[in-house]
Write a new protein. Structure first.
Length: 249
């Protein structure tokens, strides 16, 4: 990546984090308005969450996008029956976003702690929601993938490196892994091989590989599907994820 662009992106990300508490205040007010039954409150809340999710992806903070994606799924699930417990869960999602702004460290350890609490919130607020780990090094490609999976109302966690993804897979439960074949530090085939040998809770989860490489993955890795980055990529990904999760139910 161009050095000047990297500096510019870092500055934009820092400005986004500075503004995040104010955007959280807006979300909190939307949640309270929804609890009061104010007209248009649901649409306003959903619009603000969706906007924040896009900004998190654009400025290189996938943890924000992950929280917002799950937050969107939650408010969609409770639309029309937003009670006091629903409000409590919704405010918990806002609190997770506040932690992104309030914690000076935004490294892997910090993100893992937030991801863990996000998973616990998913269990309590959406116990029947499937959990998907997306591993994709490109910010733009992650945005495409998140857009493809948005209609499925899954809990979506994203990572950009193979080793950080393996760390999550060894400690948090997932129903599906979606990974680009080429990744920094550990490619997807190495990631899946380590997962299959781990003996952990996720060792047998289905895997969808994103690759245009014509060399097939080894059979012992048990790759469920391999999809190409072509004009039909978004729709193909959505259909594959839907089919795999349906078959797993």
């Amino acid at each position: 990546m161009n050095t000047d662009f990297s500096i510019l992106l870092a500055g934009m990300r820092d400005s986004f984090v500075v503004d995040l508490p104010e955007r959280c205040d807006v979300l909190e007010e939307c949640v309270l308005a929804l609890g009061r039954g104010d007209k248009g409150a649901f649409d306003e809340l959903f619009r603000n969450i969706h906007s924040l999710k896009g900004s998190g992806g654009t400025f290189g903070l996938p943890i924000v996008s992950s929280i917002c994606h799950q937050f969107e799924s939650f408010v969609s699930a409770v639309r029309g029956r937003f009670d006091s417990l629903s409000m409590s869960h919704a405010l918990s999602y806002v609190d997770l976003l506040r932690r992104v702004a309030e914690t000076p460290e935004r490294d892997g350890v910090f993100a893992s702690a937030i991801e863990y609490d996000l998973e616990q919130l998913r269990i309590s607020s959406m116990p029947d929601c499937a959990s998907v780990l997306l591993v994709e090094p490109s910010i733009a490609a992650r945005q495409f993938c998140m857009g493809a999976l948005e209609p499925l109302s899954v809990r979506l966690v994203s990572q950009d490196r193979g080793l950080s993804a393996l760390e999550l897979l060894l400690h948090q439960p997932f129903d599906l892994l979606v990974a680009a074949r080429e990744l920094p530090d550990l490619n997807a085939l190495g990631l899946v091989a380590a997962l299959r040998e781990s003996g952990g809770r996720n060792k047998d989860i289905p895997v969808i590989l994103i690759s245009s490489n014509t060399v097939p993955a080894p059979a012992y890795l048990h790759i469920s599907n391999t999809i190409k980055r072509d004009a039909k990529f978004v729709s193909t990904l959505e259909h594959c994820v839907r089919d795999v999760l349906f078959l797993r139910q």
